[in-house]
Write a protein that binds this ligand. Structure first.
Ligand code: SAM
Length: 347
């Protein structure tokens, strides 16, 4: 039989508005859970468009709440939608949407921080890492207190090609507090350049899409919201274990206004500090008087490679923790004062 080539697109049938759903199920936003909702479907459509062409794709929506973004995803021609929602109160409203889109939507009542996405979608949606991104997407507007730890967890999953990235280079479209979105996309030398910029950009192509003014959310949050799109890179820009990169970048940015030498120093125990710092900069061929914000990702790569070399020579080096040493010293000092005070009062 000849095909007409015509695509039959799915649209949700007429449904109560998001505002009506909120009233119907008494979904008052919990302030202490930083809940705020997007009611304007033109805005949720705009967020979903940032993910690219979703036709026949599998989408995981994180934190659907009353379902504004969920509706836009369902109207985008997807094959499967899985939503992960922690708050039980939203489940009946989401079930209403699932019934309106038969066979398309699956609801998980759970916490996205612990949910295992590896088995969420059929194997046929998997792509080789080196191929283009798979037809699997993550989209979500989560509370800011969840989206930041979550992106750090997912960046580690990208480095290890596990979690949602067993499907290949799964793309993500997520919202963040505007300042965090600016940090994620900040380029070398900019005021917002931070640990998050380097960690995200060494693994992904990170694109700032647009800003949602706080007033577009109900209730209005104190800050504006930034929509960010991530596409994992075929090859990471730093070829070292995630934990090693994270340690070097964290230490360097511990003193963001000082020369980067100051941050590198705390990678090493006091007794070898100046000697190993010297060696690390020499091997990496990086100027120690650069500020952390001025370092490019290739320079971070050289620093990480040099630190890895030093760790290979000294097996205990990687476990050295400056903050822990500081804490121990403080405890010892306190103990000493306590013992001295005791001895004085005894004598
Ligand atoms: N996406 C909806 C919207 O844009 O209107 C709701 C946004 S509201 C800021 C965040 C949603 O994420 C809430 O529904 C909340 O219950 C849910 N949520 C918070 N923490 C979560 C977690 N750890 N796992 C899954 N859902 C979570």
């Amino acid at each position: 039989m000849a095909t007409t080539g015509k695509i039959i697109s799915f649209r949700l049938p007429p449904l109560p508005t998001i505002g009506e759903i909120i009233k119907l199920y008494k979904l008052r936003a919990e302030k202490q859970l930083s809940q705020n909702f997007l009611l304007d479907l033109r805005l949720t459509d705009k967020i979903v468009r940032q993910a690219g062409n979703l036709r026949n794709s599998c989408v995981c929506e994180v934190g659907p709440g009353p379902g504004g973004i969920t509706r836009s995803i369902l109207n985008a021609g997807i094959a499967k939608l899985l939503v992960v929602e922690k708050d039980t109160r939203f489940i009946p409203g989401l079930q209403l949407l699932a019934e309106a889109a038969p066979g398309k939507m699956c609801i998980v009542h759970g916490d996205i921080l612990t949910y295992k996405m590896e088995r969420a979608f059929p194997k046929q949606f998997q792509n080789e890492w080196e191929d283009g991104p798979p037809n699997v997407h993550i989209i979500g507007n989560l509370p800011f207190s969840v989206s930041t730890p979550l992106i750090i967890k997912w960046l580690e999953n990208i480095a290890n090609r596990n979690g949602p990235f067993v499907f290949g280079r799964t793309q993500m479209t997520l919202t963040f507090q505007k300042e965090v979105a600016e940090r994620l996309t900040a380029s070398t030398g900019s005021r917002q350049r931070s640990r998050l910029s380097v960690m995200a950009q060494y693994l992904c192509n990170v694109k700032s899409c647009f800003t949602i003014p706080g007033r577009a959310c109900v209730p209005k949050p104190k800050v504006d919201v930034g929509v960010v799109h991530f596409t994992p890179l075929v090859g990471p820009q730093i070829n070292q274990p995630f934990k090693l990169v994270e340690k070097v970048v964290r230490c360097v940015f511990s003193f963001r206004r000082k020369y980067c030498r100051r941050g590198v120093e705390i990678l090493f125990p006091e007794i070898q500090r100046s000697q190993l710092t010297e060696r690390m900069f020499c091997t990496a061929d990086v100027d120690p008087t650069r500020r952390p914000t001025e370092l490019t990702i290739p320079q971070f790569r050289s620093l990480c490679d040099a630190y890895s070399q030093l760790c290979n020579e000294n097996q205990n080096l990687f476990t050295y923790n400056f903050r822990e040493e500081l804490r121990q010293k403080k405890l010892l000092r306190k103990e000493k004062i306590h013992i001295e005070g005791y001895e004085t009062s005894e004598s």
